[in-house]
Ligand binder design. Structure first.
Ligand SMILES: [Zn+2]
Length: 58
């Protein structure tokens, strides 16, 4: 399971609404709304995902 970087929901990549490549990484979005938000400001959501990862590992 992967995390939708916009809403934070866990999603099955096979059932994701869409996958978007940003700076060499693939992000899965659950719905058109999340897609819109991600495309408007991808950096905001990419940062959020990185921050979550950092907190988990430390
Ligand atoms: Zn979502």
């Amino acid at each position: 399971m992967l995390r939708d970087p916009v809403c934070g929901k866990r999603i099955n990549p096979n059932k994701a609404h869409i996958q978007i490549e940003h700076e060499g990484m693939l992000y899965y979005l659950c719905c058109p709304m999340c897609q819109n938000l991600f495309e408007k400001d991808p950096k905001k959501y990419v940062k959020k995902v990185n921050a979550q990862r950092r907190r988990k590992t430390s």
